[in-house]
Write a protein that binds this ligand. Structure first.
Ligand code: F6R
Ligand code: ZN
Length: 189
């Protein structure tokens, strides 16, 4: 499978759709309900129809160290209570694997942390790239009012480890306070 130019033949920058994905999945709120801080806001949103929070369009490649897996990650705009829509977030199963996100639309943050407790939040905006170093968990958060769309590339053998994020969450959250995205400590779990 070879990439071809121009890029517009492969991805739609407005929607994040890939021309011929091998795999497409959506995560609704119900798939990550206990990751948000405000349980009542979660319940209200679920009662209101379980919104889709994000979508991923993937190309599949052999799951080998020498291969490059690539995909489009589309986090929709919205909030649950005061907390912005976000991806579940994960470590790579093979810790020694990094990732590059090239943001093509929208605005937000890449929230990252290590198992040793370091944290970082890097701004995402169109035509900027975020480098997620090896062994850093990562979650993208949409703080704008349009889809946050990135082209992601990572080693074919990386895999996804959602375990510790599902049980312990990230150390930080990004919420709207006084109309602005604000990074706060996660005191809920
Ligand atoms: C792959 C990667 C992204 C995410 C996507 C969805 O390593 O970081 O493609 O998989 O943004 O987020 P998660 O996987 O956290 O549900
Ligand atoms: Zn990743």
């Amino acid at each position: 499978m070879f990439l071809k130019t121009p890029l517009s033949e492969i991805i739609n920058r407005e929607t994040g759709e890939m021309a011929t994905p091998d795999n497409v999945y959506e995560r609704p709120l119900s798939a990550m309900a206990d990751m948000y801080e405000d349980a009542e806001a979660v319940k209200a949103a679920l009662d209101g129809g379980d919104p889709v929070i994000y979508k991923v369009y993937e190309k599949t490649v052999p799951q080998l160290a020498g291969e490059l897996q690539w995909c489009m990650s589309v986090t929709l705009p919205g909030k649950i209570g005061r907390e912005y829509y976000m991806t579940k977030g994960h470590f790579h199963e093979v810790r020694n694997t990094a990732e590059i996100y090239l943001c093509v639309r929208g605005q937000g943050y890449m929230l990252m942390e290590t198992e040793e407790g370091e944290t970082s939040a890097v701004e995402m905006r169109p035509d900027t790239a975020v480098y997620v170093p090896a062994a850093w968990a990562h979650r993208s958060i949409n703080t704008g009012d349009e889809p946050l769309i990135s082209f992601c590339v990572y080693p074919g053998d990386a895999g996804h480890d959602y375990g510790s994020i599902e049980t312990a969450g990230f150390k930080k959250r990004i919420v709207e306070i006084d109309g602005r995205p604000t990074i706060i400590d996660n005191t809920v779990k």
